[in-house]
Design a protein around this ligand. Sequence first.
Ligand code: AG3
Length: 274
Amino acid sequence: MSIWFTEKQTENFGITMKINKTYVSEQTEFQKLDMVETEEFGNMLILDGMVMTTQKDEFVYHEMVAHVPLFTHPNPKHVLVVGGGDGGVIREVLKHPSVEKAVLVEIDGKVIEYSKKYLPEIAGDLENPRVEVQVDDGFMHIATSENQYDVIMVDSTEPVGPAAKLFEKGFYEGISKALKEDGIFVAQTDNPWFTPELISQVFSDVSEIFPITRLYTANIPTYPSGLWTFTIGSKKHDPLEVPADRFHEIETKYWTPQLHTAAFALPKFVSDLI
Ligand code: AG3
């Protein structure tokens, strides 16, 4: 008998994977956390029934969250990751030698603990001396930071449960305050097939606060619809005007200098949302 996991991505549609082993299945202080081994995608972290990351396709999301804003900024030194307790974004951030300090503020310490144990190639860099890990509420961290960061990355879950307030306009206002005068932020903003209104809403909120607002996409097979979006808000630097010589050598599996720009070319039904 084999065991299958389904994430119901909408009321009527889901993704199903064969599970070889369940390592963890527990209710943390904040959410339901499952860590499993899948046959097709390796070990996988699930929060509140939603796929967060898998060993096989994690590189797409983590590279695209980190490298697009970090190459857009001419000299990112001080970086904040909100959420992202699996450590994947941090691993990519550390590939940029200009980054002196990367702060990770994750609300759920259990995500960090189990990622270190079952997703070591994703979480391995959380111990790096350039990284400061805080188990804390990212919303509060933002609300109490001023003029501190060059780049902020919001690596949240979906706008339900603990992450709901990370999709509100007030949060983006806080981010703007927490950023330095030429700061940039990026947030994962779900997919255009099942949550088009969310993309439109976030884009419109962010563009009321940041002079440069852009949407880009990446292909992530285990996320709803596979077509994932990211929204950038920037005070000064435009991700579409990065001088070619800024792209230094970096080891990646998805991101390339060509893709940095190409990711902003949107299908018509997606550009119609913004
Ligand atoms: N954070 C965004 C995951 C959203 C996936 N949504 C879903 N499966 N319904 C990913 C965390 C990776 N560091």
